[in-house]
Design a protein around this ligand. Sequence first.
Ligand code: ADE
Length: 225
Amino acid sequence: MRIDILTVLPEIFESPLGCSILKRAADKGLVEYAIHNIRDYTTDRHHKVDDYPFGGEAGMVMKIEPVDRCISALKEQRHYDDVIFTTPDGEILNQSVANTLSLDENIIILCGHYKGVDYRIREHLVTREISIGDYVLTGGEMPAIIIADAIVRLIPGAIGDEQSALSDSFQDNLLAPPVYTRPADYKGWKVPDILLSGHEAKIDQWKHEQSVERTRRLRPGLLDE
Ligand code: ADE
């Protein structure tokens, strides 16, 4: 998979994509990241990426020309399955959206900024609009990192034990059961006896019951989906 990210703040991506699982996935050749500074696609002397909105509202609007130029240059090189725009009024990111996107071969993520982007970008260039939740951030960079993280860890081989992506919370609309490690007794705080019993079938049943109980208590809406 290849993920091209279009941003006015390319430096934000260095650390999140440059360590841990996201880096290892790139090192293994499972994913390639390419960060593009939208400013590099301006043609005017001042490298303007934003301008005043028509109609006189407050705030600046991201201009269409540099974004279109960048996307067109990329599309000349390869096919893209999706051009994603990060925006608080988009479809909410959830595990099912991440699963779908992880099947894409190449995607572009355009990071929103300022007051918004010229709406023609959304009308003509973008195929999917994604929000990471009902709150407003200063820009779409952090959402782009979160989307990339949610997708990349699902690529087979990205995390050591493939089982563990499948048994994540949300994969079957259930929260994951609690996990414990040694010591079995810490300050009198004990690991549930069943997990030390060695009885695999009973342990599996306990885990499932815990998942259902935690989901009912913490996120009952998931059970209706
Ligand atoms: N840009 C600003 N806030 C956002 C959000 N919640 N999701 C996606 N993009 C955003």
